[in-house]
Design a protein. Structure first.
Ligand code: MSP
Length: 519
């Protein structure tokens, strides 16, 4: 594979990052890191969505300017992604000058093309969704079902985009490209929505919304926040219809995936696609809509008071690095369905998979290598059943990533380690050593360490820190491409001394952990 590129939704900065935002960024980061090991070049774009009435209102209620609110919360998102080791290539803020200029030019281009026209309109606007809703979208109390609030009646003359002009082309594209909208069951949802689409309002009168990008040729209007936000996917790579287009755009557009939540699929698979068609720009290869993360099985919401941040989870469990949370989040849902976070499930899953299964196996094996062989590998012999299993696991993991089943892919790695644990228990190297069957004993230890070397490379996208510490003790390069993985990853000769052995992951409730917490 030559190139791989991926984007996330850009988050509203009316608050700080919560575990739902984190889910999407971790999910995307795991996919990005995996494909980095398969592609020659890879790019990951993320950022923040900073304009619109929601930000304007929040800033007002806090007594700060919208820009002050954006600066504070954009910094908080950036810090959270740093804390979670999100390895993005570029972070775009929609208040960045280059983005503002490019969006203005995009709007002008659509005006020139005749795809945008002026129209007087009265509609129901939900500031939570940042969009107009139809009567039929409301619940029995006349409220937006997502935000539980009554939309505002807005009557304005503003600009409209000829969405209906592109309806048939979008339907055709979705039908002809079954992988365009993923998971596949979401495509039907979009096709149903397409049945009833109308042209959409793409600007707001500045008298009503002033926190936005001005229409260049008509400064009495600001550009609709979703047009502004969706454009980030190309402006963030350096696209500007009037300016110099940057290399990243030529290299990485169209992206392999837009990763977004299920709630914003309509904006991406209808509005965004129509705009790209209007601009004569190639379409993204795929849009993947993930499910939502619930907290203790309920929807996270400010009013319920159950919103949790990634930072609070890391602090509560006294984690030095984000791997446990990354691993839990990346494996929280299958097939684009909703997932759930609870403290108990978190502790149980990471203790079972990362501490008992992976960490202990490595630690135990390295200690035996030191005890029986002074840390030296005598012979690079591998048990053939396990080496077959390693190859099978690599193939399955690659296939599951191509199917976007990253939770199932992680399970395959854990299954490999389960089998390896079983192999250790069955062959009992400690008993072999006691019986002085040192050749057999050495072969068992080598087989296990060699599996661990493969596992470290495969698990790195989920757990980059744990993988790094595993690789350090196994003396391998954890960032190598999958294609360069050999059957025998570890060379014969001295591998490790007693002092160099460190546990790669401690159980969350272990005594050491408790002592650390007290300290
Ligand atoms: N700003 C828009 C996106 C513009 S993209 C051009 C927006 N922002 S958001 O902050 O509300 O949401 C950002 C992303 O986080 C969305 O993909 C959304 O689905 C996702 N999530 C928000 N809460 C979530 C959960 N509880 N669980 C999983 N993802 C969720 O929409």
């Amino acid at each position: 594979m030559e190139k791989f590129s991926i984007t996330t939704a850009i988050d509203y900065v009316n608050g700080e990052a919560h575990i739902g935002h984190a889910y999407e960024k971790i999910f995307t980061d795991v996919i990005f890191r995996h494909y980095k090991k398969r592609a020659d070049k890879a790019f990951f774009l993320t950022g923040t969505d900073e304009h619109g009435i929601k930000i304007q209102k929040t800033a007002k209620s806090l007594g700060v300017t919208p820009k002050e609110l954006c600066d504070k919360n954009a910094a908080s998102f950036i810090n959270t992604w740093k804390l979670l080791d999100i390895d993005y290539s570029h972070f775009i803020r929609t208040t960045d000058d280059y983005h503002v200029a490019a969006v203005q030019n995009i709007f002008e281009k659509l005006l020139e093309k005749g795809d945008i026209y002026k129209h007087k309109y009265t509609g129901l606007y939900c500031s939570g969704c940042e969009c107009f809703l139809a009567e039929k979208d409301l619940d029995e109390n006349g409220c937006c079902p997502i935000h539980n609030k009554k939309p505002e009646v807005v009557s304005e003359e503003n600009y409209f985009f000829k969405l209906t002009k592109y309806k048939e082309r979008i339907i055709k594209h979705i039908k002809e490209n079954p992988k365009f909208i993923q998971p596949e069951f979401r495509a039907q949802e979009v096709l149903n929505q397409l049945e009833n689409i109308e042209d959409i309002s793409v600007s707001r009168a500045k008298t009503n919304v002033n926190w936005g990008i001005e229409v260049k040729s008509d400064p009495s209007q600001v550009i609709y926040v979703w047009i502004d936000a969706l454009s980030n996917y190309i402006t963030g790579l350096g696209y500007n219809p009037e300016g110099n287009i940057k290399e990243d755009y030529n290299e990485f557009w169209p992206v392999n995936y837009h990763i977004i939540g299920k709630d914003i699929l309509k904006f991406h698979s209808i509005y965004w696609i129509a705009i790209l068609m209007a601009l004569d720009i190639e379409l993204p290869k795929s849009i993947y809509a993930h499910g939502w993360i619930m907290i203790d099985k309920s929807k996270m919401s400010k009013s319920t008071g159950n919103v949790i941040s990634p930072k609070s989870v890391m602090e509560a469990f006294n984690l030095d690095n984000p791997d446990a949370l990354r691993y839990f989040m990346a494996t929280a849902a299958i097939g684009g369905k909703d997932g759930n976070y609870s403290d108990d499930d978190f502790k149980e899953k990471v203790n079972a998979d990362l501490a008992n299964n992976m960490g202990n196996l490595l630690n135990r094996t390295l200690n035996m290598l030191v005890k029986y062989f002074d840390g030296e590998i005598k012979e690079d012999f591998i048990n053939s059943d396990l080496s077959d299993k390693v190859i099978e696991t690599i193939n399955e993991v690659l296939k599951l990533f191509d199917e976007m089943e990253i939770a199932l892919a992680a399970q395959k790695i854990i299954n490999l380690l389960d089998e390896t644990n079983k192999y250790v228990n069955d062959t009992a190297p400690w008993a072999l050593a006691k019986e002085e069957k040192m050749t057999e004993c050495g072969r068992v230890l080598y087989t296990v360490l060699n599996v661990m070397a493969h596992a470290a490379i495969l698990i790195e996208p989920y757990c980059p820190n744990i993988a790094f510490y595993m690789a350090k003790q196994l003396k391998i390069d954890v960032n190598q491409k999958f294609a360069s993985m050999k059957d025998n990853m570890i060379n014969a000769g001295k591998l490790i001394s007693k002092e160099e052995i460190h546990p790669v992951f401690l159980r969350l409730d272990s005594e050491i952990m408790g002592a650390k917490k007290k300290a």
